[in-house]
Design a protein around this ligand. Structure first.
Ligand code: DGY
Length: 426
């Protein structure tokens, strides 16, 4: 496929999933607005329609809760093809939203789109409107998800990381009960191959957590301590740190001094604390189970995605080396779990498949750190996967088999972003 054809195809995918003021990740499987899908999709829009890119972010942030939290799903229009719908969440918002959050990539997206905007007047105006909201979300994270002030935030539900069924959660999930979960019917497996999705047992535990948080009326002053699942994910924290870091620079340029100072402080404290997540045996960062205090030994992409934050150069070099090692055990980079691990499953969601959004963030972080050795390979593999298997939600890192939903918005957005940002198309 010619590069221009790839762009045309990607734009078609984005247009088909465009609902005017927000995009859905894909028709059927995900019929609402998802938080980090939208923020990353805005990067794709920004290359051909800056106003539409800003609109995506504005719609997302318009549904921020009064405490600062930005929900992971906004149920703009009813659709019974998805479970769990608004009636399960019961958050009492209009339009309905879920009650948990997702990776805080919006700050990074605003800064990146602003930096390269052609319409500078619009960009300044939009950034001025968005930054205070995004900053309030970042403050919410450190207030409600790091009550002990460690510098690192915990996720309370695997869906918050986006890496729903990562091997990282297996041991901790043993402690999340299944008793008392109201009977339910999954809808995801009617849209996607069940072999590509989380298991029924995992779904019961996902819903147990939702029911438990709902019983606490989604009160974020209570949820952290009440949750049996408190996971400190290096990738999740890296995204938050990078967003704080990037909006600090932007806020300074816009004269929003308080946001700049506070954001810089949050980023610095996060970066210092990130060192506690380094796992020497794995040669990468790893998750910390806050409920037990254990640093996990799980070689997942979460610890490599840490490269997205401005971590010390030696750590970025080690992560680049880690990616190189992974390249020996798969055809395409970067697998979401180490293929040499017994837990690796090439088709099953976050237990092995490649996600273009993660590849983009790893490549971007390595580039920022000046560790560019693996970047062309990562970018090249993304494009090869699309050529071989289309705009799937995720791909098998060994066979390139397309997995999950098809015609996927953020996959298309990343193709546009990678091709333009790496000067592979003019
Ligand atoms: C799902 O429904 O698969 C999502 O990942 C939850 O956000």
């Amino acid at each position: 496929m010619q590069r221009h054809e790839m762009i045309d195809h990607a734009r078609l995918v984005m247009r088909d999933n465009d609902r005017g003021t927000y995009t859905v990740p894909t028709h059927g499987l995900y019929p609402f607005q998802w938080n980090w899908d939208s923020a990353l999709s805005a990067l794709g829009f920004s290359h051909f329609d800056e106003a539409r890119a800003w609109q995506e972010l504005t719609t997302l942030m318009a549904h921020q809760w009064a405490d600062g939290m930005v929900p992971h799903i906004i149920f703009h229009r009813p659709d019974d093809g998805y479970f769990p719908g608004p009636e399960v969440w019961g958050t009492g918002h209009t339009p309905p939203t879920s009650g948990i959050t997702q990776p805080a990539v919006a700050g990074f997206a605003v800064a990146r789109i602003h930096a390269r905007a052609h319409d500078k007047v619009l960009a300044d105006e939009q950034a001025r409107a968005l930054l205070p909201k995004i900053h309030a979300w970042h403050q919410w994270f450190y207030r409600c998800r790091d009550p002990q002030g460690t510098g690192l935030v915990a996720v309370l539900h695997p869906w918050e990381t986006g890496r729903d069924n990562s091997v990282d959660w297996d041991a901790a999930f043993e402690r999340v009960p299944t008793e008392g979960v109201a009977p339910f019917t999954r809808r995801d497996t009617t849209h996607a191959n069940p072999a590509h999705r989380p298991t029924d047992d995992q779904y019961k535990r996902y819903i147990w957590l939702v029911q438990t948080f709902r019983a606490l009326e989604w009160d974020n002053t209570k949820l952290h301590d009440a949750s049996p699942f408190q996971m400190v994910d290096p990738g999740f924290n890296a995204i938050l740190i990078r967003s704080c870091h990037d909006i600090a620079d932007l806020a300074e340029r816009l004269g929003l001094d308080e946001i700049a100072v506070q954001s810089r402080d949050m980023a610095r404290r996060g970066l210092d604390a990130m060192e506690t997540l380094w796992n020497d045996r794995l040669g990468q960062f790893a998750c910390l189970d806050r409920t037990t205090g254990d640093l996990l030994d799980s070689p997942s992409i979460g610890g490599i995605l840490a490269a997205f934050a401005p971590i010390p150069k030696a750590r970025a070099a080690a992560l680049s080396q880690r990616v190189e090692v992974l390249s020996h055990s798969c055809k395409y980079l970067v697998p979401s779990h180490d293929p040499t691990s017994a837990d690796f499953e090439g088709l099953r969601y976050w237990r092995g498949p490649i996600w273009l959004i993660v590849n983009f963030m790893i490549a971007d972080g390595l580039e920022q750190a000046g560790e560019t050795a693996m970047v062309p390979r990562i970018v090249g593999d993304c494009l090869a996967l699309i050529e071989d298997s289309g705009f799937a939600e995720y791909h098998d890192p060994i066979t390139a088999e397309p997995c999950g939903g098809a015609h996927f918005t953020w996959t298309a957005a990343m193709v546009i972003e990678l091709l333009y940002a790496h000067g592979l198309v003019v």
